[in-house]
Structure formats: C-alpha cells, structure tokens
Design a protein around this ligand. Structure first.
Ligand SMILES: Cc1cc2nc3c(=O)[nH]c(=O)nc-3n(C[C@H](O)[C@H](O)[C@H](O)COP(=O)(O)O)c2cc1C
Length: 194
C-alpha cells in the first residue's frame, strides 16, 4: 500500500488544549495506519482578521499562502476543532477564509480544498463533545470550499477527564470511533496518491 501524506491541525492554539491533545492522539493512530503524518499548530501561521481592504492593499498574507501550499502537498487533512458558542472558533474560520482566497495559491490555480480528503473531529469537556462545531465545520468545508469530508467523525465528550488518565483515548466507544475516523481517512487518502 502507498503511504498517504496526512496533515493534522487543531483549531486551538491554547497551551494545554484538549483539541491539540486529541490531534496528537489521532496523529499516533494515523501513523499506525501507515500514513506519513505532519502535525502543525496554527500558532505558527498567525493571520489578521480577514478584511477585503487589507487583501486589496497587501494581498493574501504569507502565512495563508504557506498553509495553502501545505494542504496541496498532502493527500488528506484532519481538522480537530473546539466548539465555541455552538460553532467553530474564529481562529479556524479566519484561517479557512484567508486560504479560500485565490491569491493564497499561485498560478496555475489549484484549490487547496479539492483533490484531497478531509476528516473532522472535536473535543470538549462537556457532554456533547463539540458536535455542534462539527455540524458547522462540515458545511463550511463541503458547501463553502468544495471539499470532500468523510462521514466518520469523533466528538469526544469529557475530554479533559479522558486525557487526565492517559494521553490516548482509551475508553469505548470513543476509542473505536477514533480508529474508524483515522483508518477511513487513510483509506480514502490513498486514492489521491494514485
Ligand atoms: C468563547 C468560548 C465559547 C465556548 N463555547 C462552548 C460551546 O458552545 N460548547 C462547548 O461544549 N464548550 C464551549 N466552550 C468550552 C470549550 O469547549 C473549552 O474551553 C475547550 O477546552 C476549548 O478547547 P481547547 O481546550 O482545545 O482550547 C467555549 C469556550 C470558549 C472560550
């Protein structure tokens, strides 16, 4: 089997972020499933809040261009997001908005959201596991950006407790869901290596 390249990022840059911890746990599982994994933090790609005047004057910031190039270099992308007020954090939305601008990619233009496969997951300390963030993120990716997103997703509830006991997700049914998401993402990403 070919080894697909998968990019992993979390929608939080907070020290001690439970989503970063989930992203790390999923990275391990992706590697076990034979993917070549790159995990990044959005802290390394700071972007101003999108403003059309800023774009007209200065173009798309380098950080968004670098991120778009990174997406283009991978066959799959896993986004692990916090839930903020029943939606996704501004950090993640703003990053996707800048990346969606044509100027994020040079010529010939190729969308960083097409021709690769996406998976999404979330972690919260509450009992719903960020399901509303996932319900927001999925249409942004699919309808807004034209991405293909696998149907499997993990909404990890009470994540703080889970990670206090161990750095992995060990309890069922979450552990099984995590493995399903990562193995399906690798399976689908392999198609884009051909
Ligand atoms: C502005 C804000 C809004 C939040 N809204 C929600 C919410 O709607 N649902 C939820 O389960 N948790 C909510 N939380 C709690 C987050 O899930 C919690 O802070 C989580 O740890 C953030 O993810 P992180 O640890 O990866 O940074 C909110 C937190 C903040 C700061």
């Amino acid at each position: 089997m070919r080894h697909p390249k998968i990019l992993v990022l979390a929608g939080s840059i907070r020290g001690g972020s439970i989503n970063t911890r989930l992203a790390a746990a999923m990275t391990k599982e992706l590697a076990l499933a034979d993917a070549e994994v790159t995990r990044i933090t959005l802290a390394d790609y700071p972007l101003p809040i999108y403003n059309g005047d800023l774009e007209d004057e200065h173009g798309v910031p380098e950080a968004a261009k670098t991120l778009a190039r990174l997406f283009l270099e991978h066959h799959g992308v896993l986004i692990v997001t916090p839930e903020y007020n029943a939606s996704i954090p501004a950090l993640l939305k703003n990053t996707l908005d800048w990346m969606s601008r044509r100027g994020a990619v040079g010529e010939p233009y190729e969308s960083p959201f097409h021709n690769r496969v996406f998976a999404i997951s979330a972690a919260t300390n509450g009992q719903f596991g960020g399901i509303r963030a996932l319900m927001t993120l999925r249409p942004i990716l699919e309808l807004g950006l034209g991405a293909t997103v696998i149907p499997d997703q993990l909404a990890l509830a009470r994540a703080g407790d889970a990670f206090n006991r161990t750095s992995s997700v060990s309890e069922e049914p979450a552990a099984g869901t995590l493995r399903r998401v990562t193995s399906r993402l690798v399976e689908e990403a392999v198609r884009y290596t051909l």
